[in-house]
Design a protein around this ligand. Structure first.
Ligand code: ADP
Ligand code: GLC
Length: 479
């Protein structure tokens, strides 16, 4: 079976968040199940070398304001279809933002073009290859089923929502310039409160809608989490499915991670100490074995609840625990973490920026990883934490609720706990979870048993890839 993925990011080539990890990982697992995935991706400057090594398979003089071509390339075990359209993608810096940090003013065209071309590939094929299903990811690919409405016999579309907070809302005057059919602009179609909604179109017109955890699938049917789309999500009913993310077990493997000073497994946990010492050195933290070393690796945004972490810092410091933060995003949060590191030297350290190698060291060298998100469609860093025996302390929401088993007395007695959960996202509840983590850390037998259980917890793609395959079979009538 052939599947066309369409997405705006793909690891390891271009990444701003977990979407890239997912797009770069699932196709490899699906390949082992007889499913051939090709990924349609904008040819951003970061992909220049891959484009140069590829082969042109399609070209046009006019794609929303300029010439464009598709280059097919194989790289890092993935089959890529790179949409090379310099007038849309040949820009420096963040793929979504201009140098001043604002959305590029023509993002509707940049991602509308991706959708338009995906629809053409879906209908006409490319280089003798034709998809049986189009799998669109997030708002950037949301218009694909709207474009496909113009064709008879188009293959079915599945939309995966990685984060409903980003919806791709634009002025409806763009419907004509984007080449969309105006009659699709209505309340049950691509209209969203007077805007043209890319994600809304995807939800309305795809055969199936998935999101990245079962709990988030339920949450987005409620006003609290649906961000205005709860009505249409609920209306899609059984067509909405939650399929949990996994992680790439080759890239995230404590026993074979070239980015760790010392690799380790559940049988050689004592080796983790060398990694911890290196984290302490990199973040200028005290070497205190009595209390845990916590870490955070995150975009710094309201979603991630890290303002609440700032509120509980005095409690962390007073317990003798330490905190290493790696993140970037909101300038206010960046400044507050930098100030905290100056205020509590030796206890709090922070690196503002994006640093993949450092993130591996932190997961391999910390005792626990904090994820206090207000909402979290799935979350990947808590899964890295499980695999590396770095116990996750998470809020009870979305994928965090689905992947971590809280160390409450019943779970401890039953021997099932893999981390710590708290709810709601308040300083009071978070500090209580930090306190429980510190207490557990002082009980080496309990801590080690939790670490070993966490490391044995399945976090790969196998099960979820099977769920995607079942969905592809269902929409194509293959089974
Ligand atoms: P989201 O996609 O909402 O940002 P996820 O937890 O799904 O959240 O994925 C985030 C991904 O980005 C993870 O792979 C995480 O390690 C990575 N990441 C986030 N911030 C940084 C950073 N500052 N440096 C390195 N990696 C980061
Ligand atoms: C989004 C979500 C995150 C999820 C990721 C990959 O960025 O915020 O929770 O893990 O997509 O699906």
């Amino acid at each position: 079976m052939n599947i066309l993925f369409a997405a705006s990011e793909c690891g390891p080539f271009i990444k701003t968040g977990g979407l890239a990890d997912v797009i770069g990982a699932v196709p490899k697992t699906l390949a082992g199940m007889g499913i051939s995935v090709r990924i349609l991706l904008p040819a951003y400057p970061a992909l220049a070398r891959v484009v140069a090594a590829g082969e042109q398979v399609w070209a046009t003089d006019s794609l929303l304001g300029g010439g464009a071509r598709i280059v097919a390339a194989s790289a890092e075990g993935l089959e890529l279809l790179l949409l090379d359209a310099p007038h849309l993608y040949d820009r420096p810096g963040n793929i979504y933002l201009d140098p001043k940090g604002r959305d590029w003013p023509d993002n509707a065209f940049r991602y509308g073009a991706l959708c338009k071309v995906a629809a053409e590939i879906a209908v006409g094929g490319i280089g003798g290859w034709k998809p049986d299903v189009v799998h669109a990811h997030d708002w950037q690919a949301g218009l694909i089923p709207a474009y496909l409405k113009a064709f008879h016999g188009a293959p079915p579309t599945i939309l995966t929502i990685h984060n409903i907070a980003f919806q791709g809302l634009f002025d409806p005057s763009l419907i004509g310039p984007l080449g969309l059919q105006p009659w699709l602009y209505h309340m049950d179609g691509m209209e969203y409160f007077g805007h043209l909604g890319f994600l809304k179109a995807g939800i309305a017109f795809s055969q199936k809608v998935t999101t990245v955890s079962p709990t988030y699938a339920h949450e987005i049917m409620t006003p609290e989490f649906g961000m205005g789309l709860q009505g249409i999500i609920t209306a899609r009913g059984a067509d909405v499915v939650g399929i949990l993310n996994g992680i790439d077990l080759d890239i995230w493997n404590p026993a074979d991670d070239p980015l760790l000073p010392r690799t380790y497994s559940a049988r050689t946990l004592q080796k983790k100490a060398a990694n911890r010492a290196e984290v302490a050195r990199r973040f200028a933290l005290n070497d205190n074995g009595d209390a845990p070393l916590f870490c955070v690796i995150s975009r710094l945004t309201t979603q991630k609840g890290l303002d609440v972490l700032l509120d509980v810092l005095p409690g962390i410091v007073s317990r003798g625990a330490r905190l290493a933060v790696l993140g970037s995003g909101d300038k206010g949060l960046e400044a507050r973490f930098a100030t905290a590191a100056r205020k509590w030297p030796g206890s709090v350290g922070c690196v503002i920026g994006y640093d993949e190698p450092l993130s591996h060291l932190m997961v391999g060298g910390s005792d626990a990883i904090l994820v206090p998100s207000r909402f979290e469609p799935c979350g990947l860093t808590q899964l890295y934490g499980l695999r590396y025996g770095t116990l996750p302390v998470v809020s009870r929401t979305g994928g965090l609720a689905d992947t971590i088993i809280d160390a409450n007395p019943a779970a401890i007695a039953a021997g099932t706990a893999t981390g710590f959960q708290f709810s709601p996202v308040t300083a009071f509840a978070f500090e209580d979870a930090i306190n429980r983590t510190c207490e557990a850390f002082r009980d080496p037998q309990l801590w080690t048993s939790m670490v070993k259980r966490a490391m044995a917890h399945p976090v790969g793609w196998e099960q979820s890839a099977r769920a995607y395959k079942a969905l592809y079979d269902a929409v194509t009538g293959a089974n």
